[in-house]
Design a protein around this ligand. Sequence first.
Ligand SMILES: [Zn+2]
Length: 285
Amino acid sequence: MAGQPILNVSDVWTMIRRDLPLHQHFPVDVKDVATRLSHEKFKDPITEIKGYAIPGFEGLLASNDAGTKWMIAYNDRLASPGRIRFTLAHEFGHYLMHRTFRERFNCGPEEKQALKAAERKIEKEADQFASSLLMPPDDVRRQFEGQPFSIDLLKHCAFRYGVSLTAAALKWRDVAEGRVIVVAVKDGFLDWACSNSAAYHSGAYFPTTRETIELPAASTLNRSIWDSRGQTGVVKTTDWFPAERGDTVVQEFSVIEQGAGYCYTLGILILPELESGQPRDSSRP
Ligand SMILES: [Zn+2]
């Protein structure tokens, strides 16, 4: 790959914004974009994108021996169309940003914690690229502009961008003003949780990799039912975070997320605004 240009994250975004009229094309056709752009811009283009039924991997990017062309493979059996779209965009991100590092990227569902720090960094960059390619933040903001969050709006976004409800919820969490936490619930416990930066910096986060965290008894997420419209409710903020003010509430939204081989309750928690003078740290005891 000697002589091929290497792009950093900001180069990639400059090129994407300049060359791709993304706003007219949702959901983004990742196969078309990756093939076209790589042929237009580089001497070692992506020439093949194929689905395979190989257990244990989600996607891979690999070059031929001469390093003159690349192929993307994705697992077409286990994943949903939204997951496949995300995987293709992730591999395209490796192609744009990381292909001078290696000739092959195997991307699977393995525990991210098991990866070395350098590998974690490039996996995170590829995920961030995929998320922003499929759901450009400006477009996401426009979908929600002037409207309160709702499961209907979330579904509209998942459909518009061709992604899972979870991917759409995580993107909304990033662009939302105020404190938001997205959680996955299984059997009454948090399976994982992601706070946005406003929530995180106020101490409102759940360390699910270190602790087993049970839902508060009052949470409406305990009562999730198979209703495609989802559920909404409010609970006292102190039910989730005992150190916060007792006279405020958390808005809870939940919907069942299911695909091939997985099923959980997706929860979106909207925390109250912090008032000035209120302690910033609401860490759980
Ligand atoms: Zn990867």
